[in-house]
Design a protein around this ligand. Structure first.
Ligand SMILES: Cc1cc2nc3c(=O)[nH]c(=O)nc-3n(C[C@H](O)[C@H](O)[C@H](O)COP(=O)(O)OP(=O)(O)OC[C@H]3O[C@@H](n4cnc5c(N)ncnc54)[C@H](O)[C@@H]3O)c2cc1C
Length: 387
């Protein structure tokens, strides 16, 4: 079955698929068992230049649009690999690119483009604030030519496998700002300089292999020159990057859905019970067919969101809808795939249960389904604000 006829970036997709073929299910199963980081896979993607897709050519990247990055991540997931290990290297630098000074960009971006420096930790979520980002409590207080950071982040993924962190911290107390989105600032934290000297990282074990952590800041000194954008305007600086993140993760979900569907279809044709392939039964066919339709619809919304982002148009609603629909499509496809496999769906060697655990995350992170629905209700439909 050829689902690729109308795919954009066919050459990029083919070369991602070739690279991913070197990292089959057994590679991921082994890592999953050991909760280990896919170092070889990430190194191969970095070497091939895929993680620098969005960095402009002037800074050593490929200068490609978001649509190309979406194609790369979709193909990674479609091949059964897991882009979550490194997808943030693609989009976190967006805040630096859009809001950093020329000096910051020429200092950091070329090294990020080559992979000499990894910027794939995004320190936003905190234990007490959760989704309510503007009530975060980590503070950064100016002290001469430094800021001093105190507080805690949670779910800071890949912090142990990153040199730099994009950190959101409060620089003006909440009660002293007019808007609740004011008073937060973004910093590029060089973790190499402060690890073990005020900065500590504690891994969190999760239901899937995700390299996520808690990060503690105790009098961590950050040079003032590492402030990205204007002090107090950090929330706005990270918002545009969040749309990119949602769109790219939606593309990954489309890739997951395609992997599950291909796997379900193949097994439904091959598995014979009661003297016929199980896929001959409509009870087996219909959930797969429905998930296929959901995937195709989500794919269109991802493309729409990507096109708006690349054209510099407002895309908050589309990015959120893409994430919602694609995460649902991936989950529907995962459910259909697992059910089609019967008992074998639970066996590690089929990879279905691993992918099933991995794709479940996208109902919750980087933004949970409820928060997307409330964004649409309030900002698109004009319903009363709920929180
Ligand atoms: C594996 C993993 C990796 C992550 N990686 C990162 C990372 O790299 N960097 C980072 O900063 N964060 C990261 N996150 C955090 C992630 O973005 C948050 O978990 C997510 O945004 C939800 O926040 P929360 O867990 O605090 O849930 P809460 O905010 O506590 O919400 C709990 C539940 O209540 C619902 N809820 C809350 N308020 C409302 C409301 N007003 N109306 C309706 N429903 C509501 C939510 O939808 C959710 O289902 C990660 C999380 C996980 C699990």
């Amino acid at each position: 079955m050829d689902w690729s006829a109308a795919d954009d970036y066919p050459d990029i997709r083919a070369s991602v698929a070739r690279l991913c073929a070197e990292f089959p299910g057994e590679y991921w199963r082994q890592l999953d068992r050991e909760a280990a980081y896919p170092t070889a896979f990430v190194a191969a993607l970095t070497k091939a230049g895929f993680l620098a897709a969005l960095i402009p050519e002037a800074y050593g990247g490929a200068g490609l649009p978001l649509a190309a990055a979406a194609a790369i991540l979709e193909e990674i997931q479609r091949a059964g690999c897991n882009g979550a290990a490194c997808h943030a290297q693609m989009y976190i630098m967006g805040a630096l690119l859009r809001h950093g000074s020329d000096r910051q960009k020429s200092r950091w971006l070329p090294q990020i483009a080559t992979g000499a420096l990894r910027l794939q930790a995004f320190g936003v979520t905190e234990p007490s604030s959760g989704t309510d980002t503007t009530s975060l409590r980590t503070t950064a207080v100016r002290d001469g030519d430094h800021y001093v950071v105190n507080g805690q982040k949670i779910w800071t993924s890949r912090a142990e496998h990153s040199d730099l962190m994009l950190l959101l911290a409060r620089t003006t107390p909440r009660e002293q700002v007019a808007e609740r989105t004011d008073g937060l600032s973004v910093f590029l934290l060089d973790m190499r300089a402060v690890l073990g000297r005020g900065l500590s990282i504690r891994p969190i074990r999760t239901m899937m292999n995700h390299a996520t952590t808690e990060v503690f800041f105790d009098q961590v000194r950050v040079p003032a020159e590492n402030l990205v954008g204007e002090e107090g305007q950090g929330f706005r600086s990270i918002l545009s990057g969040m749309n990119a993140e949602r769109i790219l993760i939606a593309a990954e979900c489309v890739g997951d859905a395609k992997w599950f569907l291909a796997k379900a279809v193949a097994y439904a044709k091959e598995r014979v019970v009661f003297g016929r392939p199980i896929g001959q039964n409509q009870g087996v066919q219909f959930p797969i067919a429905r998930a296929y339709a959901q995937m195709r619809a989500a794919e269109q919304v991802v493309k729409q969101a990507t096109a708006r982002f690349d054209a510099g148009q407002a895309c908050g609603a589309e990015a959120n809808m893409a994430k919602l629909l694609a995460a649902d499509a991936a989950w529907a496809a995962g459910e259909a795939c697992l059910q089609t496999h019967g008992g074998f769906g639970f066996a590690e060697e089929f990879d279905v249960e691993r992918k099933f655990r991995e794709t479940r995350l996208y109902q919750v992170a980087p933004i949970s389904t409820n928060l997307i629905l409330s964004h649409l209700a309030e900002h698109v439909l004009g319903l009363p604000r709920s929180y």
